[in-house]
Design a protein around this ligand. Structure first.
Ligand code: PMP
Length: 344
């Protein structure tokens, strides 16, 4: 390439260094200052670009991956998109086992990006042979030279955020951050980011966001996996029905549970107040901030960073569809508190 031309060698060079944006409108009346880390500015439009790139680079360094090999993963969509994108540039086959809860748009996008997609039932246990975990494991066993990314159990997931998201936030806040609020799915984002930040300042509060219907908060508090906690919910990418190894529970100070309904309304409110068209879990993270503020977590000196994991365009047939909102009953009432355990 002519050195006078200011271009990146490929799309992967744009991963990371996402912007931090002040949230002043939606937090009007709250104590402290609030900043959103906009992970939708990654080229694959989510934080998962960071782990896809990091894990594949590490596998190459260790000689595990060679061009033409197959990459296999279970994913709610975002990791899949990122893996598909990295696979295209680096010359790998990409196979994805996804939950049937994933939006149609996400599945279509993955196929558009060249991935082979297996859609697996969402409401079966992790050890059921139909679950996306078991399908991915089986394919890994069957396909020679395949690499199973295994984001829920891969420590490189934490490392990716320790190396990039953590240092970026520390630098962007000039070391003034007092609280980190992040959704927990695999736990890689919150664990890696928190590990770096706590090394700089152990007083920083690490607040994890969990869903009703997920086991994470209870496990954090009791050290036990309570299957009674598991029931279906709508938010994709947040919470879990198992205990992921990629979550460092010791580094998280507190988990906050949020409802599907309040998170959905909050995502819409973010668009209308801040002009930020973010994904469903960004609404969940913001809802957690509102609950924490009401509970007296913050003071005038608080500098709160909230991770917004992905972009709103991935949810046009869900949170940003009036029809979908109506079908869920989200316009009927603004329920507060723990939802009933319903099947849907
Ligand atoms: N939000 C969305 C939309 C996601 O896809 C994910 C990843 N499952 C998360 C939040 C949570 O991130 P992590 O897996 O790093 O905990």
């Amino acid at each position: 390439m002519d050195p006078k031309i200011q271009a990146h060698a490929n799309i992967l060079e744009l991963i990371g260094n996402t912007p931090l944006v002040s949230l002043s409108r939606i937090t009007a009346g709250f104590k402290g200052e609030y900043y959103a880390k906009l992970e939708a500015f990654n080229p694959g439009h989510s934080s998962k670009d960071r782990i896809a790139h990091h894990i594949i680079n590490e596998a190459e360094k260790q000689g595990i991956l060679r061009p033409g090999n197959t990459i296999i993963e279970t994913t709610s969509g975002n990791t899949g998109f990122s893996l598909a994108m990295v696979s295209i540039i680096k010359g790998y086959e990409c196979i994805l086992a996804v939950s049937s809860k994933s939006s149609r748009d996400k599945i279509d996008m993955l196929r558009t990006m060249g991935a082979k997609v297996y859609v697996c039932p969402a409401h079966v246990s992790a050890d059921d042979p139909r679950s996306y975990y078991q399908v991915a494991k089986r394919l890994h066993g069957e396909i020679k030279g395949s690499v199973y990314i295994n984001q829920y159990f891969n420590q490189l997931n934490i490392q990716a955020h320790y190396d990039s998201t953590g240092p970026e936030i520390w630098q962007q806040t000039g070391g003034q951050i007092t609280h980190l609020v992040a959704c927990s799915g695999t736990g890689g984002t919150i664990s890696g980011t928190a590990r770096y930040l706590k090394e700089q300042n152990p007083a920083i509060r690490i607040l994890g966001v969990d869903a009703y219907g997920s086991v994470l908060k209870k496990y954090h508090e009791t050290g036990e996996l309570d299957t009674e906690e598991i029931y279906p919910y709508r938010i994709e990418g947040l919470g879990k029905n198992l205990i992921p190894d990629a979550t460092d529970f010791d580094i998280i100070d507190q988990f906050i549970k949020v409802t599907d309904e309040e998170s959905a309304h909050m995502a819409r409110e973010l668009c209308k107040t801040e002009g930020i068209f973010a994904g469903y879990t960004s609404g969940a993270a913001m809802q957690a901030v509102r609950q924490l503020e009401a509970a007296g977590e913050f003071t005038a000196d608080s500098r709160v960073v909230i991770i917004f994991p992905d972009h709103g365009s991935r949810y046009m047939s869900k949170v940003y569809s009036d029809q979908w909102m109506e079908d869920q009953g989200f316009f009927d009432s603004q329920n507060v508190g723990e939802p009933e355990k319903v099947q849907y």
